[in-house]
Ligand binder design. Structure first.
Ligand SMILES: Cc1ncc(COP(=O)(O)O)c(C=O)c1O
Length: 377
């Protein structure tokens, strides 16, 4: 996104503000679709990453379905125009009321614990379901987003496969799908491929199977020099493995891959403050609006769009909360002055959706760029 447009947006709408470029979302979607063009793929966008109505609408128009992890996301996806057959509901430890509602709404439910199977069989006999399995594979950019290892809360541990098979038989469960999600921000496609190998190995044990869902974890570059995941190699691997399973469809649930690079978070510098050994740029936002650097130790590139030619210096970019809320430490940024606008890049996924009103600050704005049109929604 061009910095003069971002500066105009900051002036017109104020900050803090998330800005999403729908054309970039579209470009990412087409790129992914392209890589898998000859495979029977359904892309279910992970609504958790960015639930803005305009983003959802664009992805729906492009042909995506939705992947939801809460009943609220399910209802939001339905309201945004996704058809129930396009919606996956893959919750972690849901209440029975939430499961019940999802079944009644008619979306596809992925069950992630043996303990729910009896309830499903009694209340929704014969209803096709998917199973989220835990293969005990460690992947994911950090421990908070590694979701398929032995001690993880997610999925039915495959070490219980004997019991699982007994329950399927006992209750006559109609298992149409198998799901695995290794984690988010997975470093190499080879880690994701282990999930693919696992599901393709166990698939023949499920005679009613219609699809395998490999979740996501598709990594995008955040740091300078970071590489994007080799999606082509990943697709080639899936192609090879799926050749033994004719007629079975593939599902992916990308979040970051589709929206991270389509978003920028704009913030304004309140004060530039010298402390012993550091120069601090204090901005008008904090972890209540953009949690990733603090919660995941995530790196986000930050640039001074008000003074791009300024003499670079090392800054700590910190928020205005009454806690440590540091976006970047000792970061080289073009000379920062009070009032300057800083752009934090790759903010289109897991940004606004994680925002809160901590310290009673209002939520940031969300601004959409759609070609030549710019609007707040
Ligand atoms: C079940 C499920 N599917 C898909 C995703 C999306 O992952 P990513 O943003 O890495 O594409 C997540 C996020 O962690 C998830 O929990």
């Amino acid at each position: 996104m061009d910095i003069s447009l971002l500066s105009d947006i900051a002036r017109t709408y104020g900050t803090p503000a998330y800005v999403y470029d729908l054309q970039k979302v579209e470009e990412r979607y087409r790129l992914l679709e392209n890589r898998f063009h000859d495979l029977p793929l359904d892309i279910h966008y992970a609504v958790k990453a960015n639930a803005h109505p305009a983003v959802l609408q664009r992805l729906r128009e492009l042909g995506a379905g939705a992947d939801c992890v809460s009943i609220h996301e399910v209802k939001h996806a339905l309201q945004s125009g996704f058809e129930k057959h396009q919606i996956l509901y893959t919750p972690a430890c849901p209440s029975l009321d939430d499961l019940d509602e999802a079944f009644r709404l008619g979306v596809r439910v992925h069950i992630g614990a043996l303990e729910y199977l009896d309830y499903v069989a009694r209340n929704f006999p014969g209803r096709p379901i998917g199973l989220r399995l835990n293969p005990d594979i460690t992947g994911g950019g950090n421990e908070k987003i590694a979701t398929a290892h032995r001690r993880s809360k997610f999925g039915i541990p495959w070490t219980f496969s004997g019991r699982l098979m007994e329950l399927i038989e006992k209750y006559g469960l109609h298992v149409e799908g198998l799901h695995v999600h290794i984690g988010s921000d997975v470093k190499s496609w080879k880690d994701l491929a282990r999930g693919v190998d696992f599901l393709t190995d166990v698939a023949p044990a499920f005679p009613q199977l219609r699809y395998l869902d490999f979740g996501s974890g598709l990594k995008v570059p955040y740091r300078p020099g970071d590489k994007e995941m080799d999606v082509k190699a990943y697709a080639d691997h899936i192609r090879k493995r799926m050749s033994a399973l004719p007629g079975i469809r593939i599902k992916l649930e990308p979040g970051k891959f589709l929206t991270a690079q389509a978003g920028v978070f704009l913030m304004q510098v309140n004060v530039v403050k010298q402390i012993p050994g550091a120069l601090i740029a204090g901005v008008n936002t904090g972890f209540h609006h953009m949690l990733r650097p603090m919660y995941y130790d995530a790196y986000h590139h930050i640039e001074n769009i008000s003074n791009p030619g300024g003499e670079p210096e090392l800054y700590d970019v910190v928020g205005h909360l009454c806690e440590e809320d540091t976006f970047a430490r000792n970061r080289r940024i073009a000379g920062i002055r009070p009032g300057d606008i800083l752009a934090l890049r790759n903010a289109g996924a897991y940004g606004f959706v994680m925002a809160s009103r901590y310290n009673l600050h209002p939520l940031p704005k969300e601004i959409i760029i759609d070609g030549k049109k710019v609007y707040e929604q």
